[in-house]
Write a protein that binds this ligand. Sequence first.
Ligand SMILES: Cc1cc2nc3c(=O)[nH]c(=O)nc-3n(C[C@H](O)[C@H](O)[C@H](O)COP(=O)(O)OP(=O)(O)OC[C@H]3O[C@@H](n4cnc5c(N)ncnc54)[C@H](O)[C@@H]3O)c2cc1C
Length: 381
Amino acid sequence: MQRDLFEEEHDLFRETVREFLAREVVPHHDRWEKDGIVPREVWKKAGEVGMFGFGVPEEFGGAGIKDFRYNAVIVEEIIRVGASGLGFSLHNDVMAPYFVDLTNDEQKARWLPGFASGELITAVAMTEPGAGSDLQGVRTTAVREGDHYVLNGSKTFITNGINSDLVVTVAKTDPAAGARGISLLVVERGMEGFTRGRNLDKIGMHAQDTAELSFEGVRVPAANLLGDQEGQGFFQLMGNLPQERLSIAVAAVAAAETVLKATIDYCRNRQAFGRSIGTFQNTRFVLAELDTEVEIARHYLDKCILALNAGRLTVVDAAKAKWWTTELQTKVIDRCLQLHGGYGYMMEYPVAKAWIDSRVQTIYGGTTEIMKEIIGRSFGF
Ligand SMILES: Cc1cc2nc3c(=O)[nH]c(=O)nc-3n(C[C@H](O)[C@H](O)[C@H](O)COP(=O)(O)OP(=O)(O)OC[C@H]3O[C@@H](n4cnc5c(N)ncnc54)[C@H](O)[C@@H]3O)c2cc1C
């Protein structure tokens, strides 16, 4: 079925993104995988072609357009070339709402120009060694002392953890107040007591810096609190998680489509028993099933993107999109790898990299199980 999500301006932007990736990313990505990190200059170059901060108001260097279809174009193109090291979707899709919607004028002036230019790289630090799914279990504390908060705690698995300049950090400002005692503080590169630990050794996404962060008596100015008062952090996070989950779903469907297309080509050309492996009924049935499921996922997802643009995407809609598409992605890629035979296990075939890169998708941004909890709770049992 025809995909009718995009308009001409999105298609033009897609060309810009494609050209940028072909020039500045694809030739270097293998090296970045070995280095475990993407150089910061790439962020600045992406900023120059307008890849960051669509929703950032024009006066602060953005395009002033809130249209998630542009975000989707970037994610889709990055996925199609397998550039899993770029933490752009975290910056654009996850962090932009914090910096655009939750900041006051003074904070906007300080942070948004750098956000849009790619000079200030962002991250969000929720997860701790002892608390992931259970956000309310975080132990990092921020105690108010005059016009500062004193921050203590440690975080783990933080995407853009090494490269980031601004880290939205989840801390308890009132440990006795449960969800109402959590606040978001922006910790800046160079603040005394803020240190980065290891760049973690992951199964896949080797070019993406994922790190541990530590805060020991960090004096964070009260002016770096997001929102007009303490204790709003949990609700701010809950408000932004649907967009994060939708971004992950966009990546999931794009990855499934890309791998499926490559596998159909592979099956057309690979010979066994004197014929193309695509002529075996099993191959055709597997591909037919996967193609059907991916297309159905695509249409639900595109509807979710329009719902987000219209301010109607619910937490439950986004949870459905996240778990369904990411579970589908891992299934599709695994079956496609099988159809590649031994070549599927070789890193020179894109399906192999897609397989290791995809595994995390059902985990971060809220696990499949947590998504099902969210949906299940909506029945009101
Ligand atoms: C590569 C990568 C990048 C990440 N990037 C970031 C980042 O940028 N910022 C950040 O803050 N975090 C990040 N994370 C952390 C990620 O969001 C968490 O790993 C995830 O939310 C799960 O938390 P956990 O690892 O503590 O697992 P746990 O919460 O310990 O869960 C373990 C298992 O128990 C299950 N489980 C837990 N609670 C329930 C329940 N109530 N019902 C049923 N099953 C349950 C889970 O589904 C899972 O299968 C990243 C993780 C990875 C791997």
